[in-house]
Design a protein around this ligand. Structure first.
Ligand code: MG
Length: 377
């Protein structure tokens, strides 16, 4: 079997309401933007993937990728990963085309990807990953609503300028939910986006002060308190607090994760298969984490196809306990997040997300919606 066509759409799907992501401070997001990839084989099998977009920066990427992918055997994943690493040297980021290979392999063999990788989980506990900074009382009310929906865990964003405001937010939510929910917090200091609005800069001392306060508040993990390559700072912080540290969403490839793990930086390893590793190397990172008795909990905040791909990897490993479920109504809701899928992902009444058990990624594309907001490249 070989890949004979590389189709791509640059999509900008309008959100039902403007969304203000804390990781781009001051930026009003009005669209779900992504580069959608369809690899077609000579046997008529299609494999899907998507890379998160900002503006139209991915348009040039597809002309770089096309000659790298055409005529390749989709089962040759190891070889294709080396090729994608080479393309990365030429100036693009992302391992997302490898996911489409696995979608093809799954469809050709009639198996969901997680089964091909040796896994067996049919559902994973979700945590509601919020994306905006809201006043503490408002956020507490919203978290109570999440609990009514079935969520057993929530992630809050820490983007206040003052330490005491961050702590007040977590305190207020903890008081509202008691011990009924796990609370994760994310400082998003790993890859600051500069230029749209003011944002706090964390140093090691601030991270230590916040972490100590979170110990009493029983925070499940503190995510990205420092820059993504500050291995030394992470190791010092981890030694100084009992709050588990999480990170890795914008770290890439095997060597960066090797260093994060062997230098004792983190308790929870969070590669995203579309941004960091691809699926096969994500599985290898999960194995390194397992050997160090660490939790593995991939980042998923890109779009529905990214969530689908990370979910397959999560279901294939023994050390993943939580799936990030990006959710911040009314702007970022499953229907807009997963617009490219015929069926958006939802949680069940106990707060779990079902792992699709159809071949490959187990999802179908809504081509009408893709074409309504996408430019074919
Ligand atoms: Mg994060």
């Amino acid at each position: 079997m070989k890949i004979v066509e590389v189709d791509a759409y640059m999509c900008h799907y309008p959100l039902p309401q403007t969304f203000y992501p804390t990781w781009i401070p001051g930026f009003p997001q009005t669209r779900n933007s992504c580069l959608l990839l369809i690899l077609r084989t000579d046997e008529g099998i299609e494999g899907y993937s998507a890379m998160v977009g900002f503006l139209d920066e991915a348009k040039g990427l597809i002309s770089l990728l096309r000659p790298f992918l055409v005529n390749r055997d989709p089962f040759q994943v190891e070889d294709t990963l080396r090729l994608l690493r080479s393309a990365l040297f030429l100036g693009y980021k992302g391992w997302f085309p490898e996911i489409a290979l696995w979608d093809i392999i799954g469809k050709a063999t009639g198996q969901p990807i997680y089964r091909l990788l040796g896994g067996g989980a049919d559902r994973i506990l979700a945590y509601a990953s919020t994306g905006e900074l809201h006043p503490p009382e408002q956020r507490a009310d919203e978290v109570l609503k999440l609990e009514e929906m079935g969520f057993q865990a929530v992630k809050l964003r820490l983007k206040a300028m003052q330490v005491k405001e961050d702590i007040a937010l977590v305190e207020t939510v903890r008081q509202a939910v008691g011990d009924k929910m796990e609370i994760m917090v994310d400082a998003n200091q790993g890859w600051p986006i500069h230029g749209f609005g003011p944002y706090p800069h964390w140093d090691l001392k601030r991270a230590m002060n916040e972490a100590r306060a979170f110990e009493e508040l029983k925070v499940r993990w503190l995510e990205e308190p420092l820059y993504k390559h500050d291995y030394e700072g992470y190791a010092q912080l981890r030694a100084a607090t009992s709050v588990p540290l999480a990170g890795g969403e914008f770290n890439t490839d095997l060597h960066e994760f090797r260093d994060l793990i062997t230098r004792h930086c983190l308790d929870v390893i969070q590669p995203d298969v579309t941004l960091s590793t691809g699926i096969l190397n994500g599985k290898k990172v999960a194995g390194m984490a397992e050997a160090y008795n660490l939790e593995f909990s991939p980042h998923t905040w890109t779009n529905g196809l990214g969530l689908a791909a990370n979910l397959q990897l999560m279901a294939s490993v023994p050390n993943c306990h939580y799936c990030e479920f990006p959710y911040e109504p009314p702007g970022w809701i499953p229907e807009a997040r997963d617009f490219m899928l015929t069926k958006p992902f939802q949680i069940d009444s106990e707060g779990y997300i079902k792992v699709p058990d159809k071949p490959g990624l187990g999802v179908e594309l809504d081509l009408e919606k893709i074409k309504s907001c996408g430019e074919k490249l």
